[in-house]
Design a protein around this ligand. Structure first.
Ligand code: ADP
Length: 206
């Protein structure tokens, strides 16, 4: 986050003089305590300063990037995941393409009768199949899907940043969010590159 000039000055004052009361900071700036109250609140919330009752403000010693890392590490998959769009393995390629359009997604998950993961279909999987001589209305998706156990997944309690790394390392657009149960890996959500972009924007909004 970007600090205002006044906030930067307050951080410097606290660095040199902390612990220091709000009153003393304001007098060093020749401003009223009320004027700098919002700045102190922002600096404390953002983690640059810490406040102890009856002691005052002190500098936490954390740099901007350390604070950003701390914040990113609070982001869990479950806080950002979106609804998964799924098809069954006997769904035709034609219907899968329609589902992709209607669901406005780039990746479909193929599930069994227990909503457990058996495959993944990407946009290009379906495009490739459409270019071939396959009969789109009769060929089922299980013929072309990427299947278990070759599917990269994530869990609701995983750190979002770990999922982002998986997307990059595997060069894929999306991950199914799964919960393990007696029938297999139940698909409960979806993490995509868009999800990561949303989290990135949220970081800057504070
Ligand atoms: P596209 O193929 O449209 O560029 P992706 O990069 O997501 O989309 O997919 C590339 C390939 O990886 C496809 O064959 C797809 O079936 C497969 N794939 C997609 N998501 C996963 C995943 N989570 N785990 C394993 N394979 C995947």
């Amino acid at each position: 986050m970007e600090l205002s000039d006044r906030q930067e000055t307050i951080v410097e004052i606290v660095k040199e003089n902390g612990p220091i009361t709000g009153e003393k900071i304001s007098s060093k700036l020749n401003l009223s305590r009320a004027t700098i109250r919002p700045d102190l609140a922002i600096l404390t919330m953002a983690g640059f300063l810490d406040a102890r009752p009856r002691v005052g403000y002190f500098y936490t010693g954390k740099t901007g990037s350390e604070l950003l890392t701390e914040k990113v590490k609070k982001y869990k998959v479950k806080d950002f995941q979106s609804v998964p769009v799924v098809v069954k393995e006997d769904t035709s390629l034609y219907d899968a393409i329609s589902t992709m359009f209607l669901g406005d997604v780039g990746t479909l998950f193929v599930v069994d009768d227990h909503s457990c993961l058996i495959g993944v279909l990407s946009r290009k999987d379906l495009l490739r199949a459409s270019l071939g001589k396959q009969e789109l209305t009769s060929v089922p998706v299980h013929i072309i899907m990427t299947r278990m156990p070759n599917i990269t997944v994530c869990k609701p309690n995983d750190l979002l940043i770990e999922s982002a790394k998986k997307l990059i390392n595997q060069q894929i657009d999306g991950l199914p969010v799964v919960k393990e149960n007696k029938n297999g890996l139940q698909v409960v959500g979806r993490i995509t590159k868009t999800t990561i972009t949303q989290a990135f924007v949220e970081l800057t909004l504070g």
